[in-house]
Design a protein around this ligand. Structure first.
Ligand SMILES: Cc1cc2nc3c(=O)[nH]c(=O)nc-3n(C[C@H](O)[C@H](O)[C@H](O)COP(=O)(O)OP(=O)(O)OC[C@H]3O[C@@H](n4cnc5c(N)ncnc54)[C@H](O)[C@@H]3O)c2cc1C
Length: 382
């Protein structure tokens, strides 16, 4: 069997990107001067709406969107540089992350005249925050088996069912929910689903927190109990939600957050390293080489997306390899850099947090096995 190649060309960042990088660094040095390592370690899970609004005011949300949607018509590579700097600093970007990454682009693509003009400008100002309503009890990897349904009524739809593992639902103003609008057709499981914009203050949408092993209630189970949404909140075409979701997942899986969410631990290791200790300098060297390769891949995906090429397989590869790197880091920190004389140090706290958090990195946004299935298919092995 012939195996197909995977081409990801890193491309080159144009000169305007480096000027922008300096600008973002100066902004972050000022805004996050007193932001502690134990907050930075949360990376894009850390939320601060006031900070999101400042990014909006600086023009760093909705960067690539048309001006008529509140965007700034910048290139995907300029956006890439801003994301990279925010992640490297561990900035509290979680409030707006999903909205800026995937919900805004989805609305602009599939509801350009109805929902996008109303909602995208709020996202670009850092004033609208989204959560992802895909997974359900018993429907995670097999997303096509979802059971939450919307039934047509006068002027709109009634949604009934449950979503689960909804990150940040308590901070979100909106959810994009994937639901069934037609009964499942066993001959084609992918038809009959639709996406809806749901306001999280809908009185018939309730949230139950789920405490993670980190002791935080970042996840929620969401119940829809005859929750009414008006006709205009249907996103795109009724029954074609599956295709739309597949497009959305490309945004979800392709960014630098897929290998930079443990960056604070890398900084702690560098700070703890003794330059005369070969074991420690080798460990850092090996990690830097892996970062370098992933960064080239990730930048290459941004270039592919700017050329309208399909990054699905490359994004799956990046996410899988990024999770592998990040999941290896707590053990490297422990075995090469840990000094048990200070159990209240930033190093210790960051390492402990990521030891517990990292296992989820190969689940969120699609599990390792699912991503490897996509890669196998892409190279012609499946
Ligand atoms: C930190 C975090 C944040 C999340 N946030 C959100 C969110 O905001 N919104 C949202 O909708 N969801 C969210 N999720 C849910 C996430 O998308 C699901 O956990 C994921 O898709 C897996 O689904 P599952 O948990 O039902 O596991 P399952 O699908 O039941 O999988 C269990 C195991 O079986 C394996 N498996 C399943 N099918 C196959 C197959 N065909 N071939 C090989 N192996 C297979 C999986 O790889 C996995 O190891 C989040 C999850 C995490 C961990």
């Amino acid at each position: 069997m012939a195996i197909k190649d995977i081409h990801i060309s890193p491309g080159k960042l144009p000169p305007e990107c480096e000027a922008l990088r300096q600008e973002v660094r100066e902004f972050l040095a000022k805004e996050l001067a007193d932001y502690p390592a134990v907050n930075r370690m949360r990376s894009w899970q850390g939320r601060d709406k006031a900070f999101s609004k400042k990014l909006g005011a600086a023009g760093w949300l909705g960067m690539t969107w048309p001006k008529k949607y509140g965007g700034h018509e910048k290139s995907l590579l300029e956006r890439y540089v801003v994301l990279e700097e925010l992640l490297a600093a561990g900035a509290p970007v979680g409030a707006h992350w999903v909205a800026d990454r995937q919900s805004g682009p989805l609305l602009i693509r599939h509801s350009p005249d109805e929902l996008a003009p109303k909602i995208a400008p709020l996202i670009a100002k850092g004033e609208a925050y989204f959560c992802i309503g895909m997974s359900e009890p018993d429907s995670g990897s097999d997303l096509a088996s979802i059971r939450t349904k919307a039934t047509r009524v006068d002027g709109g739809w009634l949604i009934n069912g449950r979503k689960v593992w909804t990150s940040g639902a308590n901070h979100a103003t909106h959810m994009i929910a994937l639901v069934r609008t037609r009964p499942k057709d066993d001959t084609n499981r992918h038809v009959g689903m639709s996406q809806f914009l749901v306001q999280m203050n809908n009185p018939d949408v309730s949230l139950r927190p789920i405490t993670t092993q980190l002791g935080m209630a970042d996840f929620f189970e969401i119940t829809f109990d005859d929750a009414f949404v008006p006709d205009e909140n249907l996103i795109g075409i009724e029954g074609e939600g599956w295709q739309q979701v597949i497009g959305e997942l490309k945004f979800e899986r392709s960014g630098p957050e897929r290998f930079l969410s443990s960056h604070q631990l890398m900084l702690e290791m560098i700070a703890a390293a003794d330059t005369t200790n070969r074991d420690q300098t080798n460990a850092i060297g090996r990690l830097v080489v892996q970062y370098f390769a992933l960064r080239n891949m990730s930048q290459g995906i941004a270039v592919m997306m700017s050329r309208n090429e399909d990054p699905a397989m490359a994004a799956s590869l990046l996410k899988d390899q990024g999770a592998l790197l990040e999941q290896s880091m707590p053990e490297i920190a422990y075995s090469h850099f840990y000094d048990d004389s200070d159990m209240d140090s930033d190093f210790y706290n960051v390492m402990s947090y990521l030891t517990v958090a990292a296992p989820s990195f190969s689940l969120r946004g699609g599990t390792r096995e699912i991503l490897r299935g996509i890669i196998a298919k892409g190279v012609g092995l499946k």
